[in-house]
Design a protein around this ligand. Structure first.
Ligand code: ZN
Length: 245
């Protein structure tokens, strides 16, 4: 199967890579939905709680600055490096990710090639005007004086740029992901169990549109039966071998 995957990648002209928690657990980032994952240890703060309750906002910012969720501080592994290489060669047109850890960008994939379905845990956005803020802008005022961050432009509430439970999926990345999926000739899933919708709809959309579908995931997925190539294996070693170091 590794040989088949190498051939499919070599033959493809417009690869879309779709990544989930599995590619990042190999870098030590916890899988936040699995048993033993982040959400089994700390209770998620729902979007409505963040907006409606100052105490929950304070708790959310305390978690950001203490690194509770361990979404920051990890380094890309061989899987991320191989994906960056495919993008750099112009053979992968987009990386759609369910991860919020910024590891694709850290491995050298340009920002405009990464489509983040669940946002990004490395910076914040104003909930009213959308302006990006860096955590460092607020670190001292929050940790020293307990001031809850607000937007420097409009005074609105600022939140980590992840998509919280209860927060609607933003339209723009979904539209971009769909367009990329419909334009690809190989849809390559790396480390997603493909159970969280609507994200999990993309592989079947690609397949119905005539693309080949390849899945590399440690455990079986719900969509293995539809895939042309399936490998139940670690992503880093497989991708290092099929893409080259
Ligand atoms: Zn604002």
């Amino acid at each position: 199967m590794r040989e088949q995957l190498a051939q499919a990648i070599a033959k493809a002209r417009r690869i879309v890579v779709f990544t989930g928690a599995g590619i990042s657990t190999e870098s030590g980032v916890p899988d936040f939905r699995s048993p033993g994952g982040v959400w089994s240890k700390i209770k998620p703060i729902y979007f409505q709680e963040f907006v409606g309750d100052e105490g929950r906002r304070r708790e959310a910012w305390t978690r950001v600055f203490s690194g509770t969720a361990k979404w920051t501080g990890a380094r890309p592994n061989d899987g991320h490096t191989a994906v960056a290489k495919l993008v750099g060669q112009g053979r992968a047109t987009a990386v759609i990710t369910q991860n919020v850890d910024n590891l694709h960008q850290d491995s050298g994939v340009p920002d405009d090639k990464v489509i983040e379905l669940h946002g990004n845990a490395h910076y914040a956005r104003c909930l009213d005007c959308g302006l990006r803020h860096e955590f460092d802008e607020f670190r001292e005022s929050f940790t020293q004086r307990g001031e809850i961050p607000v937007c420097r432009a409009c005074g609105g509430l600022v939140k980590s740029a992840t998509i919280s439970f209860g927060q609607s999926m933003p339209r723009e990345p979904m539209d971009r992901a769909e367009a990329a999926t419909l334009a690809c000739d190989l849809f390559l899933v790396l480390g997603s169990s493909l159970v969280v919708y609507p994200a999990a709809g993309f592989p079947l959309l690609a397949k119905r549109n005539g693309a080949a579908l390849a899945i590399v995931n440690r455990e079986p997925t719900d969509q293995d039966a539809y895939a042309d190539i399936v490998l139940h294996d670690e992503i880093g070693p497989v991708m290092r071998e099929v893409v080259g170091p």
